[in-house]
Design a protein around this ligand. Sequence first.
Ligand code: ANZ
Ligand code: ZN
Length: 815
Amino acid sequence: MNSTEYHPEILETDIQASWVKQNAFAAVADDTRDKFYCLAMFPYPSGKLHMGHVRNYTIADVIARYQRMLGKNVLQPMGWDAFGLPAENAAIKNNVAPAAWTLDNIAEMKRQLSRLGFAYDWDRELSTCTPDYYRWEQWFFTRLMKRNLAYKKESEVNWCETDQTVLANEQVVDGKCWRCDTPVERRAINQWFIKITDYAQELLDDLDTLEDWPEQVVAMQRNWIGRSEGANVRFPFEQGNIEVYTTRPDTLMGVTYLAVAPQHPLARRAAAASPELDAFIQELTQTAVAEADLATMEKRGVDTGLRATHPLTGDDVPIWVANFVLMSYGSGAVMSVPGHDQRDWEFASKYGLPIVQVVASQSGDLVDLSESAYAEKGPLMNSGTFDGLDFEDGFNAIVEALHDKGLGEKTVNFRLRDWGVSRQRYWGAPIPVVNCAACGPVPVSDEQLPVILPTEVAFDGVASPIKSMTDFTQTDCPNCGRPAERETDTFDTFMESSWYYARYTSSADTTAMLGKEANYWLEVDQYVGGIEHAILHLLYARFFHKLMRDEGLINSSEPFKRLLTQGMVLKDGAKMSKSKGNTVDPQALIDRFGADTVRLFSMFAAPPEQSLEWSDAGVEGSHRFLKRLWRLVQDRQKHAASIDVREVDLNKAQKDLRRKTHETIAKVSDDFGRRQTFNTAVAAVMELCNEISRHDGDAPEDAAVVDEALTAAVLLLAPIVPHISEALYVELTGSSSLDASWPVLDESALKRDEIEVVVQVNGKVRAKLSVAAQADKHSIERAAMEHENVKRFVEGLTVRKVIVVPGKLVNVVAN
Ligand code: ANZ
Ligand code: ZN
């Protein structure tokens, strides 16, 4: 074997072994140094890395390694989001215990990540399915119970009979379970909630501090929280009132009916007297409605026959039960204004209810309500004493009139609901509660934590095996000591992923959830992950961070300073996925080309936030480039190390190469730091390599500028292709690149002796001049006027004006 050839498989594993031996990426808190905490969203241990993982983790690793070269004290940990349904499904299917299945997968994926050369501090590795981890989550939950931030409530859930579990709204697709397509049912069961709504305003306000988050993600969070300003309005009904929430109290005089949700108490009551209504309610409450479908679904309803009273006019207002009203929003009832709300309009049109216009157009043009509602704001009409008032004045005047009668007031509403954290499945962290007949739900005491999930289990069907394991369920009440039952529900796995980033700072701490290092490392300086987590995971993590702050565990308010959401990996224009059968196995590529090629391709093929189209040719191209870089270093002329290229006189070609080197350093630094466009950074280094190949000359100065250029190229690529860079850097300098600094820009190398100036005559380019870089306006003008071609085009004309833009252009105006 020729040692001057590029053999990635040998070179990479050797270098990785040396990193392990040195524990090169262990992060140690040090108050005297600036830290940088770089984190990629941890994987679910499904068994094998896919290209999406490779891309995600390469991006984060490149940023971490770059920051290290800038001199930061870098923390980059890795761990496993190890609870969740797939392990359980595998257990049911293949008769293996979820714990064993998960641990095997972790071992395999860890091996693959290591083979890719990611600079992780493996000492901080954590796995959410271990009691070391979830005990602190359980402990924290008991704190929340004590602070009244966790509570139990009977609530309707989406229930999948096949999976025997509750589904989140986003797990309901077209009324069916996302996994098994079983039609989803509605069921009322007792569940635990965490009061995220107490933090709604703060979660909204703090979005303004997240300057380094993609705007799109901030907007998605804002919509999800969904703050609106409106009014509660009460319509007198029998001895009491029916309350509605509206964002348009200005339209109150246009109300022609009330609509209540099928679950509304009034609907239930009316159903007792109407079999038609009863059947309708039955039907509606059986199937789940996704909130997103409310606007577009067909509007349906049944009249209750009951009448409320309009709070200002005293008119009778019919009450309907309607499918587009949600029980979980506002008060579960709406005042319908078909003239100005499209849903109300569709409903009124269908059932022949009156449609009244109470808002005129801003422009004075006539409004046509025959085809649709008029939803714009404008001056009020048909509204008695409120006529002519604009939106804001109308809003305020009507709310005031309601207030005087005790029938309404301004209010703020949030779309955000409390977070239901109970799951009826097995493979999750047990909810640390004991249900006592005498005391109710009691938190497990600190000394009895963790509540360990039994891992020696056998599945009989899909139901959670611990529900029937008496050694697990039977216990004593922590409060009164009498026999009681353990809670057998487990936490939503979003619980674990809401605080893992914080636990990495203290993963070995057996005495506390977070140790004193937490405040040194937090917040995460760079978080990298998929856009599919833009709402729930990020919102829950932001919420948890504030909860931990208010528990006194940390002193910051937000978890992630800068966020990068990487795009998908596509093949032939479609997302790579097992179900489409268009996956590319990263392991096969690593075996064939080495980790550096795979890393280079994933960074070079697209900017990180855009989707990356898979290309075999692109992978091969990346590999060829690395071979070329290797050869460039092997084939260079060796020179006496004493030449300092900044000190000696250089000829034009040597200066040109130095300039290219330093232009590349400037460009790549900006691409890595501010822009985070690693693809253009790679392209710039490739161009530099072209210049290096083109450079000839065999003076010692030539060898010196080539060495400078090669060293820069190798260092600029080191975060992306750390193995080959290490080998080549050793070759070039005799030392390891591990502690090498990012190349420093030499401004003086950017200076040009001569620059090109374009000369225009009457707006047309007539000449290009080479002038001394420091030439003044006067001498540039003289050189321009003396140029043969310029002379020719002004011949016979009078020169009226000569404008000189130094460094760029001369414009001659003549006629
Ligand atoms: C009367 C009205 C007139 C409305 C009008 C809108 C336009 P956001 O902005 O999302 O907060 N609404 C209230 N509670 C509801 C429920 N439980 N289910 C379905 N819809 C409900 O939406 C507030 C508006 O949504 C409210 O304002 C109400 O309709 C409807 F020209 O009241 B509006
Ligand atoms: Zn008790």
